[in-house]
Ligand binder design. Structure first.
Ligand SMILES: Nc1nc2c(c(=O)[nH]1)N[C@H]1C(S)=C(S)[C@@H](COP(=O)(O)OP(=O)(O)OC[C@H]3O[C@@H](n4cnc5c(=O)[nH]c(N)nc54)[C@H](O)[C@@H]3O)O[C@H]1N2
Ligand SMILES: Nc1nc2c(c(=O)[nH]1)N[C@H]1C(S)=C(S)[C@@H](COP(=O)(O)OP(=O)(O)OC[C@H]3O[C@@H](n4cnc5c(=O)[nH]c(N)nc54)[C@H](O)[C@@H]3O)O[C@H]1N2
Ligand code: SF4
Ligand SMILES: [Mo]
Length: 698
């Protein structure tokens, strides 16, 4: 009797999204994946996922999926490749990595990766190869750095009130994130609170996003001015008796200094900076003062500015002044990274990591590959790369330099990918990768508290291989299989990590699908003290020394000495000037996930074309009509796209939702042609939403 294919299976979404949804996989009668649904029995996912992942079959069975290893035959980036066997490809990689090492030292090889899959085994096994060989390390700066540093400067720990508590809040402040697009489950819980308890939803953004359309109150600020809004809110809380003085005395470092400092940070002061009316700031502040069960859901978006760390810290401070932390459904949440405490030795070989090996800044890839001495940190040039789960030729700032770097004939580039991305096109060797439903892995939620199994649900097509396969096969060829992790299967890795982290056995996780690691109420709300040594929330962070989760070794960088000591507006953003009169925000598109899904027709259709959204009055200043073709530029480069006039954008601001493929723009220049890679103070990161530009009709 032939075996019938399963009707359903479970999995977890691997994409770089705080929601890390629990998935039910639905199959066709022929065993092919039909559709993905949100698992109803997971109380964070609660049966809801985003539309782009629901229609995953389109990506899984995409006709343009990479299926064969390939070797470049034409010039760099021309896109001419010929098929080769896996063995031939891996042998060539081994040879080239060894010859780079022999000539320039091991640090001339730079394994480069990010979070295209968030699976801990498939994403992070690249470190095992790296550390065993002493290849250059990577400082992960592209995404979380500013947000995490700012939050932890206040709380001392990257964790917060149970995200499910939003459902019992009386008021939810969604600040600098667009969850309808970027983490849909925040909306599930916020809307549940509204339906059940009449909770109010306040949204702070720089334009009227889909999230703001669902809000009771939408506050549109000029980009990079959130700290001014936060300060004025705290000013009103102190002035009008809403500050929780007992709480401040017991749980914070310097409430009196903060109060004195904020005396001049009035709503009128903030109105001039943010573009909001003073009365609206007062109204919001009073609501935050009156409603104690206010849950601040702080996002990444408002931290992608040169003053973003200060902005996050300032917003987070509001909950300490109002005392919201004390209440169920109150406090300030950003990410739960600190709760997991996983032992990843077998995956990453952290014990072999040599701190003397340079850590190259991920965002500075353009400067690194074009030989910038400071970016190379005094070490050898990068001569060979293995790239997994990331598409830097599209997503990294200073795109022109990134392209120049990858065009180097003396750079040997291996890209392990699911699709022929902009980065894969620049490769010497392209290797086809499995998709998440075709391999095992384990995931942790940043926006929730579950550790989740994502078992293999279907067989991959002939050709694509898992990340761990590629890592181990390269390791074999460069004599780097000494670490015991190199001989373990993905399931072995998951089992070992669970048992050595105190979370039971793989079999138990298979039965339970996920493990709830939410700390108890007192811990999550810091009622036994905050994460700093003195147990207090810090209004006055030690920027030079604060314990940022991602902190690289060595001194802080960027202009950190001039960071304000207490929450304040910090004028370090790219100010608009006569040559660059507008400020560009490159917000995420709902149907893409970074550069992922911009290969699927349905997502591209929904998004239309690359656009610059401006207010009609701003557009009129530059003679730009609705739908007009425009160029947008600054000293880093110029891109061509189409204007759309929208009423509700902060004055002087351009929104360009992306990330579109570079070739969706004329000249193949993508939006990151315009963004800067200069590291944000104090520990790096790219200010993707902080770019002064000009826009011209063509
Ligand atoms: N659909 C979709 N989902 C995604 C992604 C995607 O590209 N598309 N990306 C994923 C990744 S990697 C991440 S890190 C998360 C990020 O998700 P979020 O935390 O939502 O962060 P961002 O996507 O950077 O930006 C969110 C919002 O911040 C706003 N913003 C920009 N500058 C400012 C400012 O100065 N002040 C304020 N108040 N708001 C500002 C933008 O307009 C945008 O609406 O989303 C993940 N989910
Ligand atoms: N202008 C602008 N630029 C931005 C941002 C912005 O807001 N504005 N956001 C920034 C942020 S927050 C981030 S996190 C970065 C993210 O940028 P990227 O790291 O490039 O993000 P993704 O598009 O999520 O993933 C990249 C690739 O991983 C591949 N991939 C997925 N799963 C696997 C796998 O199992 N194996 C292999 N080998 N490959 C796999 C996908 O096919 C995809 O091409 O972009 C940044 N760039
Ligand atoms: S909301 Fe995020 S985690 Fe959930 S399915 Fe969509 S991309 Fe995946
Ligand atoms: Mo990100």
């Amino acid at each position: 009797m032939t075996q019938l294919p399963p009707k359903t299976a479970f999995s977890a979404c691997p994409h770089d999204c705080p929601s890390t949804c629990a998935l039910d996989v639905q199959f066709d009668p022929d065993g092919k994946v039909k559709r993905l649904n949100g698992a109803r029995d997971n109380d964070y996912t609660a049966g809801v996922i985003c539309a782009k992942v629901a229609r995953y079959a389109e990506r899984l069975y995409h006709p343009e999926r990479l299926l064969k290893p390939m070797r470049r035959v034409g010039g760099k980036g021309e896109g001419s490749f010929e098929e080769i066997s896996w063995d031939a490809a891996l042998d060539l990689i081994g040879e080239r990595f060894l010859s780079a090492e022999a000539e320039f030292g091991a640090q001339s090889v730079w394994p480069y990766h990010y979070a295209g899959t968030m699976g801990l085994v498939q994403r992070d096994s690249i470190h095992r190869l790296r550390h065993t060989k002493g290849y250059s390390r990577q400082f992960d700066s592209i995404c979380t750095n500013m947000a995490w540093t700012g939050y932890v400067a206040g709380t001392g720990r990257l964790a917060g009130p149970d995200p499910r508590e939003m459902a019992v809040s009386d008021q939810i402040v969604i600040w600098g994130t667009n969850p309808v697009a970027t983490q849909v489950n925040v909306m599930t819980h916020a809307i549940a609170a509204r339906k059940k308890r009449g909770a109010r939803i306040i949204v702070v953004d720089v334009y009227r996003t889909e999230t703001m359309k669902q809000a009771d109150i939408g506050l549109i600020v000029k980009p990079g001015t959130d700290a001014a809004l936060a300060c004025a809110i705290m000013h009103v809380l102190f002035r009008e008796g809403f500050a929780d003085r007992d709480y401040l005395e017991k749980f914070t470092d310097c409430p009196d200094e903060l109060e004195a400092h904020l005396q001049s940070r009035s709503p009128e002061w903030a109105a001039a900076i943010t573009g909001l009316e003073a009365a609206r700031i007062e109204e919001a502040a009073r609501l935050i003062g009156e409603v104690k069960k206010t849950y601040f859901r702080l996002g990444y978006g408002f931290t992608r500015s040169r003053n973003g760390v200060v902005a996050m810290h300032a917003a987070c401070s509001i909950a300490a002044v109002s005392g919201a932390w004390k209440y169920e459904g109150g406090g300030a949440f950003h990410n739960n990274g600190a709760i997991y405490e996983l032992n990843k030795e077998m995956i990453e070989a952290g014990s072999l990591q040599d701190p003397a090996v340079r850590a190259l800044d991920q965002c500075l890839i353009g400067r690194i590959l074009t030989g910038d001495e400071a970016a190379l940190r005094g070490g050898p040039p990068v001569k060979a790369m293995l790239i997994q789960n990331t598409n830097p030729v599209s997503v990294a700032p200073e795109q022109d330099r990134v392209k120049q770097g990858f065009a180097r004939e003396d750079l040997f580039t291996v890209v392990h990918e699911q699709f022929m991305t902009e980065t894969a096109k620049m490769a010497d060797i392209v290797l086809p990768a499995t998709q998440f439903l075709e391999h095992d892995d384990i995931y942790k939620g940043g926006g929730h508290q579950y550790l989740m199994l994502g078992p293999k649900a279907v067989e991959p097509p002939e050709g694509p291989r898992e990340n761990i396969f590629v890592i181990n096969e390269i390791a074999e060829r460069v004599s780097a299989r000494s670490h015991p992790g190199s001989d373990m299967s993905v399931r072995d890795h998951i089992g070992w990590m669970l048992e050595n982290s105190g979370y039971g056995r793989l079999e138990d996780l298979e039965a339970g699908k996920w493990i709830d690691l939410q700390p108890d109420f007192e811990t999550a709300h810091y009622l036994n003290g905050f994460g700093h040594a003195d147990g207090r929330f810090h209004f006055r962070p030690d920027w030079g020394r604060s314990a940022a989760p991602n902190k690289p070794e060595g001194d802080p960088f960027g202009p950190w000495q001039t960071m304000p000591e207490l929450p304040d507006q910090w004028d370090s953003i790219e100010i608009a000037d006569e040559q660059h009169p507008l400020r560009l925000v490159t917000a995420p598109a709902r149907s893409f996930l970074n550069s992922t899904f911009n290969e699927t027709d349905s997502s591209r259709k929904k998004e239309g074309r690359p656009e610059a959204w401006l207010r009609p009055d701003d557009a009129a200043r530059f003679g730009i009509g609705d739908g007009a073709k425009v160029t947008m530029g600054n000293r880093r480069g110029v891109v061509t796209l189409h204007a759309r006039l929208v009423e509700i954008v902060a004055p002087g601001t351009v929104i360009s939702e992306g990330l579109w493929p570079n070739d969706a723009f004329e000249d193949g220049k993508g939006i990151n042609t315009l963004t800067g890679a200069d590291p944000v103070a104090p520990y790096g990161g790219a200010a993707f939403h902080d770019t002064a530009v000009w826009v011209r009709a063509v």
